[in-house]
Design a protein around this ligand. Structure first.
Ligand SMILES: Cc1ncc(C[n+]2csc(CCOP(=O)(O)OP(=O)(O)O)c2C)c(N)n1
Length: 543
């Protein structure tokens, strides 16, 4: 006979989960105890529940399995909320286990009690509270299923402390077969017709392709069909950015000239992407609600098709199955296709070419990014926090699989460092580089303690400008001369890096950028503080 806590852990292990991220709490001692002495699951002790959650998300993106975090009730669960929201917007399978007050006290407003179904109601895919040990197995099965199917996302499982220690007489939950809907033959025939005759087709690639084998299948498919593609928001690592068919990304605000070209696409084949706010340029691309071109929307989750944009062909099925079913074209593409591909590439080249800006107040961070991008290992993992420093990462680094980009689609500050720690833990032999601003670094930089403890060789590049530049630049544009609430004083960041066991370098001038290739190639952990120019990103200057 085992306890419910032991049943949960055994079920996670049976489903391939080999790592959990946690901050301890008295409300889930029974779950912690079930992790005791297990060699098949690694318990990573984090310093803040946001960090634990972000680490679980990064781990999930690298493994394709749900990321798992365990946190305490009330305060712990509140700290973890940012990761739940990020998992929802980023489409990441995430299981958050929360210790709950004892069953007898549930809904009494007991010490640190929260009704998680209300708290997480609009940001989790599913929230469960298991008050009966006999229903633990069923809940874990449904939680994994909900987190991983359709549009993957976060599931919160609250378990009262006395349920965790109660006997639970059920075998561990075994993995469920994957749900993969195949396309209808008639839809494939229609889509073949669209693509074979199209002079200006365009694919828009999304996160459903971010899975083992997805990138390889995608590249082969695009090449077979001579089909140019843009990637959805922050999904640059789906397809080689230097490829002739890569037409760029849907970013925070694509230039009007590029959008004018993209607007002439026909058909637009949305492959495994949700057409979200940023990907659709604020619901303006394609035209709302009746797109100007033929729209084909392929997504495993029927609920994301036709939510804002009416599709001419709606295929609620697996995008990889669609690529396989399409096979190869039976005719050569129309003659105009080459010219279209060149037009798309030219529009992107204008944005992606790194610029040199002469400034006197530090280093233009774009030059740091360009130098790092040119010196990344072929299988590097790049993590990015939210902030203005990150903008060039998406424009000028030519990502190519198996390189990975882990950046929060939800735009959550604090993601970068924990994501890098989790990535380095998962793949210690790969080069892991984290770009983070001084604002974001002081939110979750404390998770470098895990890097210290586990001797992780990650490279952290902090952009220091002593302000929330992303917001301050908008203030300067909209409220000239009235900056408030956006500047701050910093502690000695290099000293912080050293305190966490990192070799530390400060870069204050363009000439000092020459140190970067060796720092990136160094075997151990490196912490680089860049004195970042604000003049280089001020609104009146060329962006
Ligand atoms: C958790 C969170 N809080 C606030 C914001 C709003 N926000 C977006 S970018 C930004 C500034 C980031 O500052 P920093 O990390 O120093 O980078 P910089 O913009 O200066 O390059 C802020 C406050 C956010 N996205 N996430």
């Amino acid at each position: 006979m085992h306890t419910a806590g032991e049943l949960i852990v055994a079920s996670l292990v049976a489903n391939g989960i080999d790592r959990v991220f946690c901050v301890a709490g008295e409300s889930y001692l029974g779950l912690l105890d079930a992790l005791y002495g297990r060699a098949d699951i690694d318990t990573v002790v984090c310093r803040h529940e946001a960090g634990a959650g972000f680490m679980a998300l990064a781990d999930a993106r690298l493994t394709g399995r749900p990321g798992v975090a365990c946190v305490s009730r009330g305060p712990g669960a509140s700290n973890a909320a940012v990761a739940v929201h990020t998992a929802q917007q980023d489409e990441v399978p995430f299981l958050l286990f929360v210790g709950q007050v004892p069953v007898r006290d549930v809904r009494r407003d007991a010490f640190q009690e929260i009704d998680y179904r209300q708290m997480y109601g609009s940001i989790a895919k599913w929230t469960a509270e298991v008050t009966d040990p006999a229903r633990v197995a069923e809940t874990v099965l449904r939680a994994i299923q909900a987190a991983t199917t359709g549009t993957p996302g976060p599931v919160v499982i609250a378990v009262p402390e006395d349920v965790l220690t109660a006997p639970a007489d059920a075998p561990p939950v075994k993995p469920q077969a994957a749900v993969r809907a195949a396309p209808a033959a008639a839809d494939i025939a229609t889509l073949r017709g669209f693509l074979e005759s199209a002079a200006r087709p365009l694919a828009l690639l999304g996160r459903s392709l971010d899975r083992p084998g997805g990138r390889e299948a995608l590249r082969a498919f695009l090449e077979r069909w001579d089909l140019p593609a843009v990637v959805s928001f922050r999904a640059q690592d789906l397809f080689a950015n230097a490829h002739r068919l890569y037409a760029g990304d849907m970013g925070l605000a694509n230039p009007a000239e590029q959008m004018a070209v993209l607007r002439r696409a026909d058909p637009l084949l949305v492959l495994g992407a949700r057409i979200t706010d940023i990907t659709s340029q604020g619901y303006t691309y394609p035209d709302l609600v009746r797109p100007q071109m033929r729209l084909v929307h392929v997504h495993p989750d029927p609920s994301v098709i036709g939510t804002h944009f009416a599709a001419d062909l709606a295929m609620a099925c697996d995008p990889q199955e669609v690529m396989a079913a399409l096979g190869a074209p039976s005719t050569r593409p129309p003659r105009e296709r080459d010219q279209w591909i060149e037009e798309l590439a030219a529009a992107r080249r204008r944005i992606a070419t790194p610029r040199q800006v002469d400034v006197n107040d530090g280093v233009a961070f774009e030059e740091v990014v360009a130098r790092v991008g040119a010196n990344l290992a072929a299988d590097a993992i790049v993590t990015v926090d939210a902030g203005l420093f990150g903008a060039p990462v998406y424009r000028v680094i030519p990502f190519a699989p198996p390189q990975r980009l882990l950046a929060p689609i939800a735009g959550a500050m604090g993601f970068g460092v924990p994501a890098a720690v989790a990535a380095s833990l998962r793949a210690p032999a790969r080069q892991v580089v984290c770009f983070v601003g001084d604002g974001g670094f002081l939110m979750t930089g404390n998770e470098l303690a895990v890097a210290l403890e586990r001797k992780l060789p990650l490279k952290v590049i902090v952009s220091e400008n002593r302000c929330y530049a992303s917001i301050m630049m908008q203030q300067e544009r909209d409220y000239p001369g009235r900056s408030v609430g956006t500047t701050f004083a910093n502690p000695d960041l290099a000293l912080i890096g050293r305190a966490f066991g990192f070799a530390t370098t400060c870069i204050r001038s363009r000439a000092e950028l020459d140190a970067l290739p060796a720092l990136l190639a160094a075997p151990g952990p490196q912490f680089v503080v860049v004195e970042t120019s604000l003049d280089a990103v001020r609104p009146q200057r060329a962006k």
